[in-house]
Design a protein around this ligand. Structure first.
Ligand code: HSE
Length: 444
């Protein structure tokens, strides 16, 4: 990058929802941003397949092309902002931009969670920055918090609501007692969910984000392939109701935790005590809890998606680059918060070694001794019970009912042990339907 007083020349790859937000916010707040950076940030070039639409958005001052490679190859461009998404062409373009000595800003969590090791190594070799504040929880500056604000701490765990679509669906299921499928359609109608919402509802999007946070928190390589991923497609509104009766909400959490044996990295629906602030994060909002040994518990809340909230994060990265591009690479904040040569090889634990507590729901024959047999099997496995609730499910309820729902909350145990106990409980003849098991996090 050239003389430090010249404006930073930015090339945008993609000017859809986020790209147009970046353009508009940069225009609107340019004076304020200039006072912060001491130099301008100028969008000099935009690549988008829909060139007519792009031209209408950015006006005649900005060069618009349909070929993203023309941006990456332009020696006048200092920073490439990748807003294409996916792992294919986006990966190629990011690597080519790095190779050309350009800094990169990306909102692409999928790309970094899967190919981060390759991309950060290339950036380290070339001495350029790859900034990704927008990749996790949209407008919430959680990357900045983890990389800089909390750098005094040994991070102990992170638990986040990091997918707005699923949080909207769960909120609506709880509020209105609606089934998953019905609310998903509503989320799509309102434009929260993608046309193909698979990554959202299957937990993959949240797992991409949790993977990035685990690297930043614990100084380990990005390892999406080791993440445990479970979405909300199997969740029954009945369990949301029972959880509520027990004082819990069900949220899709991205969790990463450091234990004596390794790092837990998992996404799944979780019961969370209703009294926790994070349990009250509703609709499409995001929130991330971070527990550090010095700071204690911290909570970050805001919009995890949308044009200007995500643009807010992208522009913050551009401001960092404008401030730091002239600085010797060794003195910048490292990509993954820890020095490149100081990453740890502490393992990501398989799910069978994760320790957590559980909500169990069993449909059982309403006959003498069933509860004793079930609790006996849990006791034999060394699993301690926290609470038991017996409820007649609406459709079979009332005196004389032959079936009943048994809800059990357990204390912490290792997942492998719960797997064995659950298999034994399932094999009891009085258990009439597949056992429902949802993990529970106290987040204390
Ligand atoms: N689809 C994501 C969500 C937003 O619903 O939170 C971008 O990651």
């Amino acid at each position: 990058m050239k003389s430090s007083n010249l404006p930073v020349k930015v090339g945008l790859l993609g000017i859809g929802t986020v790209g147009s937000g970046v353009f508009n916010v940069l225009q609107r707040n340019q004076e304020e941003i200039l006072r912060r950076t001491g130099r301008g940030i100028e969008i000099a070039m935009v690549a988008d397949l829909d060139t007519a639409r792009a031209r209408a958005l950015v006006g005649p001052q900005v060069q618009v092309v349909s070929d993203a490679r023309a941006v990456v190859a332009n020696p006048e461009i200092d920073v490439v902002v990748e807003l294409i998404g996916g792992y294919g062409i986006a990966r190629q373009l990011v690597l080519e931009a790095i190779e050309a000595g350009k800094h990169v800003v990306t909102a692409n969590k999928a790309l970094l969670a899967v190919h981060g090791t390759e991309i950060f190594a290339a950036a380290h070799r070339k001495g350029v920055m790859v900034a990704f504040e927008a990749a996790v929880a949209g407008g919430i500056p959680i990357i900045k918090a983890l990389r800089e604000g909390l750098s005094a701490n040994r991070i102990e765990w992170i638990a986040g609501i990091i997918n707005g679509t699923t949080n909207f669906i769960l909120s609506e299921m709880r509020d209105k007692g609606l089934a998953f499928d019905v609310v998903l359609k509503e989320a799509q109608r309102l434009g929260y969910a993608e046309a193909d919402p698979t990554f959202d509802i299957e937990g993959v999007d949240a797992a991409h984000k949790a993977t990035l946070m685990s690297s930043l928190a614990f100084g380990i390589a990005v390892q999406f392939d080791k993440a445990y991923v479970e979405g909300i497609t199997e969740l029954d509104a009945l369990d949301i109701r029972y959880a509520e009766q027990l004082g819990y909400r069900i949220k899709l959490l991205g969790i990463t935790k450091k234990t004596a044996k390794g790092v837990e990295l998992r996404v799944h629906p979780s019961l969370v005590p209703a009294k926790r602030l994070i349990a009250n994060v509703e609709g499409a909002m995001n929130a991330v809890m971070v527990q550090g040994d010095a700071v204690g518990t911290t909570l970050y809340y805001g919009k995890g998606a949308g044009s200007e909230p995500t643009a807010s994060a992208v522009i913050a990265d551009l401001v960092d680059i404008a401030r730091l591009s002239g600085v010797d690479a060794a003195h910048r904040v490292p990509h993954l918060a820890f020095q490149h040569d100081a990453l740890s090889n502490i393992p990501v634990l398989p799910m069978s070694e994760v320790v957590t507590s559980y909500y169990l729901r069993l449909k059982v024959a309403d006959e003498t001794g069933v509860l004793a047999r079930v609790t006996g099997l849990l006791a034999d496995a060394g699993i301690s019970i926290d609470a038991v609730l017996q409820r007649e499910a609406d459709e079979v309820g009332g005196e004389g009912a032959t079936q009943t729902d048994l809800i059990i909350l357990t204390h912490d145990c290792v997942e492998a042990r719960m797997n064995e106990a659950a298999a034994q409980i399932q094999s009891l003849s009085s258990v009439l339907a597949p056992l429902v098991r949802i993990r529970k996090e106290e987040l204390a």
